[in-house]
Design a protein around this ligand. Structure first.
Ligand SMILES: [Zn+2]
Length: 239
């Protein structure tokens, strides 16, 4: 490979390492942890809100049921009272029975109304709980928004650097032969992103081993679109 191609390949490696660092800094920005912690708090508060709403609906349903029951008891009682006073019943025993029934219906109505009052109190408590969690959620949303904005501001610079390095990497890679680039990319993971080593004074500067005379000879006869690897460590050698 032409000397310029090797230089470009070294540039590709430098830029790849730089890109990796930038991505790491982007992914592990301290504000990201704050944002995640806030999101967890929001999820927890949302779950509480759902639980509170569930109880609220239950109480609403129960109140509705009691309201219907009161209406039905009232209706029964007004019919009983009507019968008591419309003159259709004259026998004392029957009249007393109707009076008893009317009284017991009224008692029942009062008991249901007591239950209703109790439920209304509970409804108020639940309403206060719902208000508290809504306020908490609103405060969390405000904080999350602020952290999101700060994170966006803090990472905008990194993203610009990332974009510039991506363009530069593509430009440098364009000057490297496809075969060499493919070998570089295939070998990179094994060497933590830095698979290139310089061949200096008969040694590979990756593993510092002296290359055999045969290997040196092979290296000197590497074609323009090839790249030799160190026989000891496997790094790709840049002459
Ligand atoms: Zn080596």
């Amino acid at each position: 490979m032409a000397a310029g191609g090797y230089d470009q390949l070294l540039t590709v490696q430098d830029l790849d390492l730089q890109l990796r660092q930038l991505r790491h800094r982007l992914d592990h920005h301290p504000l990201r942890a704050d944002a995640a912690a806030l999101a967890a708090e929001q999820a927890e508060a949302e779950a509480r809100r759902a639980e509170i709403e569930g109880r609220r609906h239950e109480v609403d349903r129960e109140l509705k049921r009691l309201g219907d029951e009161v209406a039905s008891v009232e209706d029964k009682r007004s019919k009983t009272e009507a019968k008591l006073y419309d003159g259709s019943v004259t026998a004392t025993k029957e009249l007393l029975a109707l009076q008893d029934e009317s009284r017991s219906l009224l008692d029942r109505q009062h008991r249901i109304e007591d239950d209703e009052l109790e439920l209304m109190e509970r409804q108020e408590e639940i309403g206060a709980e719902a208000d508290a969690v809504a306020a908490e959620l609103a405060a969390l949303a405000t904080r999350a928004e602020a952290v999101g904005a700060a994170l966006a501001e803090a990472t905008a610079g990194l993203e610009a650097e990332l974009a510039a390095a991506t363009v530069a990497r593509a430009e440098a890679a364009a000057s490297v032969s496809a075969e060499v680039l493919a070998r570089y990319e295939a070998t990179a993971p094994e060497f933590d992103g830095a698979p290139l080593a310089r061949f200096v004074a008969g040694r590979c500067d990756g593993c510092h081993m002296q290359l055999s005379a045969m290997a040196v000879d092979r290296l000197n006869h590497t074609g323009p679109d090839e790249i030799a690897s160190c026989e000891e460590c496997g790094r790709l050698l840049i002459r």
